[in-house]
Ligand binder design. Structure first.
Ligand code: HAM
Length: 423
């Protein structure tokens, strides 16, 4: 009988078979961030609703249409976080973390929640890997932020991420830009959808988030450059990207769907994504800390969509699932004797610490059944361990692909595997 309980729409279980990819990405991301001096931060998934209204912005689609908000038993308005930048800011201000240090570099990995219409690449519970450079102003930090995400994507095996970048300008430039855009959109108001008419009132930049077909020609024709010519600093910034071999294109209509941005903003994309082709997004936000009641703290940062990242990593040759499949070793105890089982456990631990994934079928000691299982799992290497092997301090390695079998010591095995570890 089918279970009458189902997961909520747009919220998915991550099961064995799939979870290995998540673990692989998480451990690589942690390694990458920590090696660059970033520290992990974890904040609660629930926050007061006001936090997001104030930061992401009332006129943004996220706050206006997509938040999972509700009143708790105490009558407090709370929300499942739709993103982390605001939560990190709340935490830094609340705990006074900038009192003892000039700047902070944080990274995070975790679930976010947006009540969007679920489809491929768009979930209601999704995950992000992100980083924030806090109290870091200037072009060097902007460059470091982009170089950081570029470096991380490359470290994960994405050869050719493409960045779309724009400059939302400093406060003065923004004022002129907003006034100009308001004038333009007011002149074509009758061609705008109802939502955009509301956006024109509330925050004209949000019109660029509109997906309604009928609004697109008017949006495309917005004379953006007339109101906000690209600054010399931005042009110099793009020169640095070129020198660093970071592929980018300038997209003037890229405003990002969150209100807190100021200055340079960007999105990243890569082959392997469908209609939802934004793999990551980020940029400078210099006013957020003050907006939330803290001291001014210029910041920049980015978030990568975890699910979309996995689609990219599993696309084309050298797909992650294949690589992970090859990095699994099946451990086959041929005897239930305690000394055999102890050696199996110790060997599994040592293999795992070398980056190999291990599989074992508890309670099974017949070689033919082990080999059948390993075949079912599509595993290339089987490590056989019986009383003989333990007494001789050897392990029997069977390569199912090369159809070879040889006894070896642990040291020989570790050496042998080094040559074939594909990750
Ligand atoms: P965002 O562009 O809203 O930025 O989200 C970043 C990434 O999260 C997107 O590029 C996408 O890959 C993924 N994403 C967003 N919504 C969904 C969804 N419904 N389903 C699956 N994936 C999704 C931010 O969240 C900012 N906090 C980025 C940032 C950090 N800016 C400065 N620091």
């Amino acid at each position: 009988m089918a279970s009458k309980f189902e997961a909520l729409r747009g919220m998915e279980d991550i099961l064995p078979g799939e979870i290995e990819k998540w673990q692989w990405v998480e451990s690589k991301a942690r390694l990458f961030f920590e090696s660059r001096g970033f520290k992990e931060i974890r904040t609660p998934v629930l926050e007061y609703t006001d936090l997001f209204t104030r930061s992401v912005g009332e006129s943004s689609d996220i706050v206006h249409k997509e938040m999972f908000s509700f009143e708790d038993r105490g009558g407090r308005n709370i929300t499942l976080r739709p993103e982390m930048t605001a939560s990190v800011a709340r935490s830094v201000i609340e705990k006074g973390l900038l009192k003892t240090t000039k700047s902070l570099r944080f990274y995070y990995i975790g679930p976010m929640f947006r009540a969007e219409r679920p489809q491929a690449g768009r979930k209601r519970q999704f995950h992000q890997i992100g980083a924030e450079l806090i109290n870091e102003s200037g072009a060097d930090a902007d460059f470091e932020n982009l170089e950081l995400i570029h470096g991380l994507l490359r470290f994960l095996g994405i050869e050719n991420p493409l960045f779309r970048i724009n400059d939302l300008g400093d406060a003065a430039a923004r004022e002129g830009m907003v006034a100009g855009l308001k004038k333009y959109f007011a002149s074509v108001q009758d061609k705008l959808c109802k939502d955009c008419q509301w956006r024109l009132e509330k925050n004209v930049l949000r019109i660029f988030d509109c997906k309604v077909e009928a609004c697109q020609p008017v949006i495309q024709q917005a004379p953006w450059d007339e109101f906000a010519p690209l600054s010399e600093a931005f042009v110099a910034f793009t020169g640095r990207l070129k020198n660093a071999g970071i592929a980018f294109e300038i997209k003037r209509r890229l405003v990002r769907g969150l209100d807190y941005y100021t200055g340079i903003v960007f999105e990243a994309t890569a082959p392997g994504l469908g209609a939802q082709d934004a793999l990551a997004g980020g940029g400078r936000y210099d006013g957020l800390y003050q907006e939330l009641g803290g001291n001014p703290a210029p910041c920049t940062g980015f978030s990568i969509g975890f699910e979309r990242l996995l689609s990219v990593l599993d696309y084309g040759e050298g797909a992650l699932s294949q690589k992970l499949q090859q990095s699994r070793i099946y451990l086959a105890p041929l005897d239930a004797a305690p000394e055999v089982m102890r050696t199996v456990r110790d060997t599994a631990l040592k293999l795992r610490s070398l980056g190999w994934k291990t599989e074992i079928t508890p309670g099974e000691y017949s070689l033919s059944k082990h080999l059948k299982k390993a075949n079912q799992f599509g595993i290339r290497f089987v490590l056989m361990l019986g009383l003989n092997e333990v007494q001789n301090q050897q392990l029997g390695l069977k390569d199912m692909q090369a159809k070879t079998q040889q006894p070896m010591t642990w040291e020989e095995l570790a050496d042998h595997l080094k040559g074939v570890l594909p990750l």
